[in-house]
Design a protein around this ligand. Structure first.
Ligand SMILES: [Zn+2]
Length: 393
């Protein structure tokens, strides 16, 4: 057993000892004539602890500590301490033991049940946690515990990918009051829409996506999926309008919008429209990916040197590894005898770019090469964005 664990248990034992001491003083008169069973239990527990038998030690301490209004918080805290140390099974034992006491008031019982649900959630016993939380929402002895119970239930349904149930619990109070839940709810609707898009009905998917935007008008993913629906229906003009709306919602997402935007314009054989849109975006938010796409268009119609001018102007204002890489592409094509040197340099920038993450979570800093709508590390929705600037795009 690691030393830290032992130390924490000893600290818990000392805390319990202090409580026992308090109880002891109160009942001193009553127990003068006989040896105190509480005190004996305490030393027996300590003995188990020192002999590295923590399970028996906990059992003894918990039995020794009488449950009354003075000690209930200590019991709950002891359980929570074990859960936070990754020992949720012990927390369950303590909280269940507490719940079996008939002396608990309705409010105290709610409090213990709430902690027990957190223990089960921690252990992955989702159905047991769900039953307790639904019971708490029905009985509702303590109005202050309703919101935490709903948040826990929403967390549980998210883990089970039960998006409709999560929405049902969150509507309308949590969505109104909690910005994180509001952002998440828009993504649950997007999840449902994605199921409908590829299975049941595009019309229902559209309805869900509009609802997602009405809950959170900053939900970029809803517009991303609406654009996909328009593309699948062959409505390229509508797709372009939606992608433009998305880029206005959050400029940082411009890099992922560029390819479908270009494809839609090309389907409509409207290169001029594409160039116009890209110039406008470069003026509004000069992402290097937009500048490179504009430079490629310029290269096709006006040649390499005009394209190099577009990139060089931008690099002077905002340095970017990807911009330098593209500029080298242009020089390699134009170079005479120095072509070998440029090719070598280009290999280096290419390798540097390959090893760079493309997306980063703005909440926990997780980085990856794929866009996740829900962060795999901190589980926040909509916090991962493309990395822009010097090292990004
Ligand atoms: Zn994160």
């Amino acid at each position: 057993m690691p030393d830290l664990k032992l130390l924490a248990l000893i600290l818990a034992a000392i805390a319990i000892g202090w409580w026992l001491g308090r109880l002891e003083n109160r009942r001193h008169a009553r127990r003068q004539q006989r040896a105190s069973p509480l005190s004996r239990d305490y030393y027996v527990g300590l003995n188990y602890l020192l002999n590295e038998q923590p399970d028996r030690a906990i059992e003894t301490f918990v039995q020794a500590l009488e449950v009354n209004s003075d000690t209930i918080e200590t019991h709950i805290a002891l359980g929570n301490l074990f859960r936070s140390r990754g020992e949720a099974d012990r927390a369950v034992k303590i909280h269940q033991n507490l719940l079996a006491r008939p002396s608990l008031s309705a409010l105290q019982s709610d409090q213990v049940q709430f902690e027990l649900a957190r223990d089960f959630l921690n252990l992955g016993l989702l159905d047991r946690a769900e039953r307790i939380l639904l019971g708490l929402l029905r009985s509702g002895h303590d109005p202050t515990r309703l919101k935490p119970a709903k948040l826990l239930l929403v967390d549980l349904y998210e883990r089970e990918r039960e998006w409709a149930k999560a929405l049902e619990v969150a509507q309308p109070q949590l969505i109104r009051e909690d910005a994180d839940v509001r952002r998440s709810a828009a993504h649950w609707l997007c999840e449902l829409a994605q199921q409908d898009m590829h299975a049941v009905s595009p019309a229902l998917a559209r309805k869900r996506l509009r609802q997602a935007l009405s809950i959170d008008d900053r939900c970029v993913r809803a517009n991303w999926l609406i654009a996909e629906l328009e593309r699948e229906a062959g409505n390229y003009k509508a797709e372009i309008r939606t992608l433009q709306r998305l880029a206005r919602q959050d400029h940082d997402f411009t890099p992922i919008v560029l390819e479908p935007l270009r494809d839609a314009y090309l389907k409509l054989e409207d290169e001029k429209g594409l160039a116009r849109c890209l110039r406008q975006w470069v003026n509004e938010a000069p992402h290097i990916s937009t500048v490179i796409m504009l430079a490629r268009l310029t290269e096709q119609h006006e040649g390499t040197s005009a394209a190099a001018d577009v990139i060089s102007d931008q690099l002077a204002a905002t340095p970017s590894l990807r911009g330098i890489d593209y500029l080298m592409d242009l020089y390699v094509a134009e170079a005479g005898p120095e072509q070998q040197h440029f090719s070598l340099l280009k290999q280096h920038t290419g390798k540097l770019l390959e090893s760079r993450p493309r997306f980063r979570c703005h909440r926990c800093g997780f980085e990856g090469i794929q866009l996740h709508w829900q962060c795999p590390q901190c589980r926040s929705w909509g916090m991962i964005k493309p990395i822009t600037g010097l090292e990004g795009e």
